[in-house]
Design a protein around this ligand. Sequence first.
Ligand code: ATP
Ligand code: MG
Length: 468
Amino acid sequence: MSDEFQTVIQGLNERISVAKQHIVHCRWGDSAQEFRQLIADVAKCVPPSKEDQDGKAMLLKMLEEQLKMAQANDRLETEIAEQFKRQTGSPEPPADPDVWSKPSPPLQATKTTKKAGGRRREISVNSVSSINPTASAATNPHDEKDANQSQGILPPNEAGETFDASLFDANIIRAIRETMVLHTENKMSLNDVIGMGNVKQVLREAITLPFLAPDFFKGLRSPWKAMCLAGPPGNGKTLIAKAIASESACTFFAICSTDLCSKWRGDSEKLVRVLFQLARFYAPSIIFIDEIDTITGSRGNNGEHEASRRVKTELLWQMDGPTSDERRTFVLAATNLPWEIDEAMRRRFEKRIFVPLPDLEARKTLMMTSMDGTPLSDEIDYDDLAARTEGFSGADLVSLCRTAAYNVLRRFDTTELRGSELKAAIESLQREPVQIIDFEAALEAISPSVDADRVKTIKDWCDTFGAV
Ligand code: ATP
Ligand code: MG
């Protein structure tokens, strides 16, 4: 290849890697657009020699293949999303909007690599394959379509194996895929969760330490399989799940049980079964079931829906299911209503831990952390604020700090200002420290959201049935 043409190619390399980055992040549409533009630009260039003409032809062929793949995946994703929406009435995955970021979209083009220093699975685009899976079990056109769809949305596991999704309903696979967290955009760690030392300890014993010293965690000391967190709302139960999803090397499945019951009535037990199969396939895995009480109420209750009984039974069965050191799964559940949990289910949770309201020290730390990065007057006394916020949940304290920070704006009358004046005035307030009067006004406005009697009832349940 001549030096001249080589320079042209080098200029394109950066754009090619941008297009490939789009693929890594499953932004198929953006990637297709970039490849289309690249093809147009390469087509325009005139190679000076025969050798360069061959180089150009090869490059064009490669770009066209990539474009075809990106377009196919773009179509596939749209099709699956539409089909899913038609069947469920909602394209949204089960998620707590406050806490979970939108899960990563379906994946194609995958090869697994191990990240230095950690076992988290990363998806790379080095081998961009066609969307045709090797779904051997599909026998009729309908099944084949399902199989293709299912296969296309699941990445390989750590060993590079592909889950044979051809035997399952594409929508179930799709629904579970949407609960799977392979990458989290939020880089959180357990240290970001204030307090909850006993919960963190169990998570370490169940998840982190067995990787470091597998021989210690054998026999009687085999790692914990399931933990249930019980506590009043807004105190970090979902947050700690999010932190462990981000920090650990496990594949994470976040299931909201209300969605499981409502969206998937009739199919829910199948979903539970496939969920555990996938969790074992992608092991080590964590299955997080939020609001577990909604599906695990006492079986045989009057008025209990047959479908919900089947889901519970399947869940019990799966939690007792086969497990091995290689195929380890950990079930983490959360509830505000622990007494609603079926006795049989309760036994499956080896650890049942009370998540209390933050104590004095935790309240202080939580407020300090929340205010981090916001200009603050020296007069703020966190010890005093912590003493005055007994009964506040973690979420209440975050809300208090946000309100105090907003109150800076309310101290200044900007109602008469317009346009650039208003913009300049608000921008100058960025540097205005939050003062004690802002906190005083916030304390006036915000009361604890949690009922003390409710906290006591949860605590009493944990005192009776807890296992720390
Ligand atoms: P619910 O029972 O209503 O689902 P929850 O216990 O799951 O509540 P989260 O959603 O985890 O509560 O917490 C809500 C928000 O409150 C978090 O996003 C975070 O900002 C704050 N928060 C609560 N507890 C803590 C904590 N221990 N450490 C740090 N932040 C916290
Ligand atoms: Mg929650």
